[in-house]
Design a protein around this ligand. Structure first.
Ligand code: UT7
Length: 322
């Protein structure tokens, strides 16, 4: 019997209304629009309104993905939310989203994944396991963040980089086993946590803010993403030319360009949103994916490679046959 594959049948995203430009930030810390553009590619990012939470953004993105898949929340067997900025310590953001979508009466399981900027790739991999083992037929995977809540607005090395937003996909079992997730590869290395972390947490007794040694993280990200590309190609027996689309984590345009070079991929076939969204951590890959899918640029049969790197360190890839 052919093993079912997890096929993405709908994508969605949501961005809060408020835009924060580089010029806005230059009024708050010693920086400039020119520096931020040149070093990161970012021009503006979005910020959640007061009282607007991660689950609010996640719910909107999920609604859009469900609509695109032509499904109702009651059709789902599982909801996964990748986030580093949950509404509450508990219950999980995924259960809050389940209720906001009107799905609590269906009682499908729902839980959160915490792998920082790689969270969406981790969640996709988990959804894939549930579908391939036939435990689930339809899974909603969301990446959603309100990183603006954990930024130190006096630290120019970090506050210029991040933004808020949410992206989501609906995965369904494809019985032919031809289309869908072809592979996922996940990695973590906890030995370098001091390069990218928050200065607090629940058991530390304070919320904390993001701390990062940017240039060291940059080097590690470049290396890990190159390794992820090579690992994915080798595992699938594919050449670079057989990849149609790259949908990378959106941390820095220079990191994205480097990953594209590794694949010999022209930038026209790379999903880039970093200039308008900044780094939205777990939301960045599904936000970028939704944009190219809705623009009709990803077509059935295309091989789409998603890669991410983030705090932990965590990193990984997911290859999808659309
Ligand atoms: O999503 C998880 C993964 N995260 C990432 O991948 C982020 C990776 N890191 C980066 O994207 C880049 O390292 C940054 C954009 C954070 C920084 O760019 P950089 O080219 O690595 O700069 P740098 O940290 O080496 O700093 C160069 C200079 C320093 O000044 P001095 O020491 O040369 O006088 C910084 O103090 O730039 C200064 N600087 C700034 N200047 C203006 C740092 N931040 C700013 C700023 N505006 N916002």
């Amino acid at each position: 019997m052919t093993m079912p594959r997890a096929r993405i049948t709908g994508t969605g995203s949501y961005l809060p209304e408020k835009r924060v430009t580089n010029h806005d930030l230059a009024r708050m810390v010693e920086t400039s629009d020119a520096w931020i553009r040149e070093r990161t590619g970012i021009v503006e990012r979005r910020m959640a309104a007061e009282g607007e939470t991660t689950s609010d953004l996640a719910t909107q993105a999920a609604r859009n993905a469900l609509e695109a898949a032509d499904l109702k929340v009651g059709d789902l067997d599982l909801i996964l939310t990748a986030t580093t900025t949950p509404d509450l310590i508990f219950p999980s953001t995924a259960t809050i989203v389940q209720h906001k979508l009107g799905g609590s009466t269906s009682r499908m399981p729902a839980f959160d994944i915490q792998a920082v900027c790689s969270g969406f790739i981790y969640a996709l991999s988990i959804a894939d396991q549930f579908i391939r083992t036939r435990a689930c037929q339809r899974v909603l995977v969301i990446g959603a963040e309100t990183l603006s809540r954990i930024l130190d607005w006096n630290d120019r090395g970090t506050c210029i980089l991040f933004g808020d937003g949410a992206g989501a996909v609906v995965l369904e079992a494809d019985k032919d086993g031809k289309r869908g997730i072809l592979s996922t590869h996940l990695h973590a290395d906890g030995s370098q946590a001091d390069l990218l972390y928050t200065s607090g947490g629940v058991s530390k007794g304070n919320l904390g803010t993001i701390r990062m040694l940017g240039n060291e993280v940059f080097k590690q990200a470049v290396r890990a993403l190159e390794g992820s590309v090579d690992e994915c190609l080798e595992a699938n027996g594919l050449t670079k030319e057989q990849i149609d689309w790259l949908v990378p984590h959106q941390a820095n345009i220079r990191i994205i360009q480097n990953t594209a070079r590794r694949l010999g991929m022209p930038m026209e076939r790379v999903a880039v949103t970093v200039e308008r969204h900044g780094n939205t951590s777990a939301a960045s890959v599904p936000l970028a994916l939704d944009e190219v899918v809705r623009a009709g640029r990803i077509q059935p049969g295309h091989r789409v490679l998603m890669v991410a790197f983030g705090g932990g360190f965590t990193w990984g890839s997911a290859l999808v046959r659309w």
